[in-house]
Design a binder for this molecule. Structure first.
Ligand code: GDP
Length: 193
């Protein structure tokens, strides 16, 4: 896919603020700092459209990025910050749950994990949550540039086994540094539009 236009459309906290219309949406889920923003930026060839390295304490919003006026990437605030208060965590959980369970336009969730390490407890919980709600899930194992190529199959296997992944869900090895996996990720998205 050749991206000719990309813009942030809206930061939303509640359904009334989600964009109108029926364009397909792909949400990015994953731990803070895992590489969600870098994934979006690499996919659309922008240096810095999606915010990178968002800090805890910042407003937690769903950010909708309109791509080629054809679909949206939805950047979801990351999980796994120990410092966040219980109240904040609950508000975050409620916002995520509302979006993930009610949004008709949501075609698939891209769960971004770190290929270097086995998925964390939070990653496992997130994957289980997505499966419980029967959401099609694409697992993107990023930072592949940090793992020697010969070890990719082994790491990929650990990802599948730790998440207890359904056969129909795919794992894409990705790197925002090298562009590894970009074409594969695009074809996975296009198939679901
Ligand atoms: P987010 O919080 O999930 O949006 O994570 P960011 O996209 O802000 O990435 C967090 C950090 O990881 C940044 O310093 C990125 O430069 C780095 N990073 C993200 N993706 C990759 C990757 O594929 N390879 C390497 N080596 N670093 C990455």
């Amino acid at each position: 896919m050749k991206v000719t236009a990309a813009e942030i459309t809206i930061s939303a906290v509640k359904p009334e603020q989600y964009p109108a219309g029926m364009l397909p949406e792909f949400a990015l889920a994953g731990r803070s700092n895992v590489g969600k923003s870098s994934f979006i930026n690499k996919m659309i060839n922008r240096k810095n459209l999606a915010r990178t390295s968002s800090k805890p304490g910042k407003t937690q919003t769903l950010n909708f990025y309109l791509i080629n006026e054809a679909f949206y990437f939805v950047d979801v605030p990351g999980y796994g910050f120990a410092k966040v208060s219980k109240q904040e965590r609950q508000a975050w959980g409620k916002m995520m749950e509302t979006y993930f369970t009610t949004r008709e336009q949501l075609k698939a969730v891209i769960l971004v994990i770190d290929l270097r390490h086995p998925p964390t407890k939070d990653d496992v919980m997130m994957y289980e949550f997505l499966k419980y709600h029967q959401l099609p899930t694409i697992v993107v194992a990023t930072k592949a540039d940090k793992v020697p190529k010969g070890k990719w199959p082994k790491h990929q296997k650990v990802v599948r086994e730790t998440l207890k992944m359904a056969k129909e869900d795919e794992v894409i090895l990705f790197s925002a540094e090298t562009g590894q996996g970009k074409e594969e990720a695009w074809s996975a998205l296009l198939r679901r539009m």
